[in-house]
Design a protein around this ligand. Structure first.
Ligand code: ADP
Length: 140
């Protein structure tokens, strides 16, 4: 297993409910190190571009509106097998199907307002990290 980096977003439903610290504790307890982090408010254009891969899905408009509704916390997590490990800590997209102890099981409100985003593969992780962070913001 290699040390990897993955892009994580704490979504508006979670920042609004002041859950950033509790979600970060889940990452750290799972061995993921938060190597970069910032709180930003996405414009609808930026949210639309980030989720462009879903543009033909029926929930795209709703997703973009939600992601631009309130601030998000974008972060880079680093660790052994970080992409898969983060997906495990996040839990299934729909909180009803998420395992006990996962972020989405404990905190998500619905399949749409599901508290966190995490990259799903090495190529997307690289692209998504570059979408939000410059090289200068990423210390080893
Ligand atoms: P994940 O975030 O688990 O990788 P997807 O890539 O399938 O899941 O979907 C991206 C995001 O789109 C989800 O996290 C969720 O916020 C939203 N989404 C997915 N499916 C639905 C749905 N059926 N209705 C509303 N929103 C959805």
């Amino acid at each position: 297993m290699a040390t990897e980096r993955t892009l994580s977003i704490i979504k508006p439903d979670a920042t609004r409910r002041n859950l950033t610290g509790r979600i970060n504790a889940k990452f750290e307890d799972a061995g993921l190190r938060i190597v970069a982090q910032k709180r930003i408010k996405l414009s609808p254009e930026q949210a639309g571009k980030f989720y462009e891969v879903h543009k033909d899905r029926p929930f795209y408009g709703e997703l973009v509106e939600f992601m631009a509704s309130e601030p998000v916390v974008v972060q880079v997590l680093e660790g052994e097998d970080a992409i898969a490990r983060n997906r495990e800590v996040m839990g299934a997209t729909n909180p009803e199907n998420a395992e006990p102890g996962t972020i989405r099981k404990e905190f998500a409100l619905s399949v749409g307002e599901n508290s966190v985003h995490g990259s799903d593969a090495p190529e997307t992780a690289k692209e998504e990290i570059a979408f939000f962070f410059s090289g200068l913001e990423l210390v080893g």
